[in-house]
Design a protein around this ligand. Structure first.
Ligand SMILES: *[C@@H]1O[C@H](CO)[C@@H](O)[C@H](O)[C@H]1NC(C)=O
Ligand SMILES: *[C@@H]1O[C@H](CO)[C@@H](O)[C@H](O)[C@H]1NC(C)=O
Ligand SMILES: *[C@@H]1O[C@H](CO)[C@@H](O)[C@H](O)[C@H]1NC(C)=O
Ligand SMILES: *[C@@H]1O[C@H](CO)[C@@H](O)[C@H](O)[C@H]1NC(C)=O
Length: 338
């Protein structure tokens, strides 16, 4: 009996050290008002209503936001932690252009020193792009078709990036409806979209799924990719977001974020998420506002003119000719319909 009882506590201790709850990370931010443990860098800030704003629409910006404490991502140099994350993002363009994109990032640094804006998305630079010593993993949501060596497929895609902005795999932004048909998503739509990223450390399968916020998580992921992250991850890594603008700019917003290394990330509650105030600053909507303003202005002007005419015709004792004039004007306009 004593011979058997000795190894059991040791096994128990070993299991405890592998699955120790102090090494597990799990959190849920429905908005970021209470998110005291985020490290913000460069242009990133939390707005007064609790939105994580990575870029503010100015040119050539970088914004970083990482969980302040590192996450245990690699056990005994070879076993990668399974992780699950969900977040809601919204990209609002400036002047209809829109750029450059945002990314969910797992990195060894919270500030990614030397990273460039524009097509580098605040992740890497001309100097280190593609270098194995970067230890950088990112899921990019890219709204510009980069010229040069990145081989971007279009200006509305999601890609899996390992140490490089040239994606291992990329797909145009879309989701599979439960009937099986593929529905595309406009990343620059100024609408909230939700993303789910799941990695199984045992099977090495990475799934990336997106859908408009009002929809439940689609069953079939947009990207399902086999990848061994053990050479990429170090024992402790930082998890968070990066976004950048170039000559084309956008507001890159994260409205809520959930993450877990112990089972599936908790669901975000759409009713609790803050929404960006300045909705749509596109030229089309500005033109619409101008049209309404002009309509009101000329409406007022013609009312004043009619009243002036009415007063004049009453003064001149010529009320009947005023009625006839109004009837004529009405006839003229009804020819054009409405
Ligand atoms: C972040 O801070 C909140 C409030 O202090 C705390 O409840 C939560 O556990 C922290 N989350 C992480 C992942 O550190
Ligand atoms: C964006 O932030 C920068 C500073 O990071 C500031 O100079 C600029 O005026 C801001 N732009 C807008 C549109 O708020
Ligand atoms: C990769 O990075 C390492 C360390 O920063 C550096 O010594 C090496 O020269 C870089 N290699 C290339 C090909 O850029
Ligand atoms: C990825 O998606 C496939 C297909 O839906 C599913 O069988 C698998 O369990 C998923 N894996 C992860 C890690 O989410």
């Amino acid at each position: 009996m004593p011979a058997l009882s000795a190894p059991l506590p040791r096994l128990f201790l070993l299991l405890l050290s592998i699955y120790s709850p102090t090494l597990a990370t799990k959190f849920l931010f429905n908005g970021f008002k209470e998110a005291a443990n985020l490290s913000l860098d460069a242009s990133a800030l939390i707005t007064s209503n609790g939105i994580l704003q990575l870029t503010n629409g100015s040119k050539r910006q970088i914004g970083h936001a990482f969980l302040s404490s590192p996450v245990h991502m690699l056990h005994r140099r070879s076993v990668v932690t399974s992780f699950s994350t969900a977040f809601v993002f919204e990209i609002v363009t400036v002047n209809g252009g829109g750029g450059e994109g945002l990314a969910f990032v797992v990195a060894t640094s919270k500030t990614l020193p030397g990273a460039e804006n524009g097509q580098f998305l605040g992740l890497l630079s001309t100097q280190n792009n593609g270098n194995f010593s970067n230890h950088l993993f990112a899921i990019e949501f890219d709204t510009v078709k980069a010229t040069g060596p990145f081989n971007d497929i279009d200006k509305n895609h999601i890609g899996v990036d390992v140490n490089s902005l040239e994606s291992n795999v990329a797909k145009p932004a879309a989701y599979y409806a439960d009937g099986g048909n593929k529905v595309s998503i406009e990343l620059l739509s100024a609408q909230p979209n939700q993303a789910w990223i799941n990695y199984n450390g045992v099977t090495g399968i990475l799934n990336v799924t997106i859908a408009p916020l009002r929809l439940p998580r689609p069953r079939r992921p947009l990207i399902s990719h086999a990848i061994d992250l053990s050479p990429i991850f170090k024992e402790y890594m930082y998890v968070g977001f990066s976004a950048a603008t170039g000559n084309l700019t956008s507001h890159h917003y994260i409205l809520g974020w959930s993450f877990s290394t112990v089972g599936v990330a908790s669901s975000l509650d759409p009713s609790q998420l803050p929404l960006p105030r300045q909705k749509d600053a596109s030229p089309a909507s500005r033109f619409r506002r101008l049209k309404i303003a002009l309509g009101v202005f000329f409406g007022l002007l013609s009312s004043i003119a009619l009243i002036a005419l009415l007063i004049k015709s009453i003064k001149d004792g010529n009320f009947l000719s005023f009625i006839m004039l109004v009837a004529q004007i009405k006839d003229k306009f009804s020819q054009y319909g409405d």
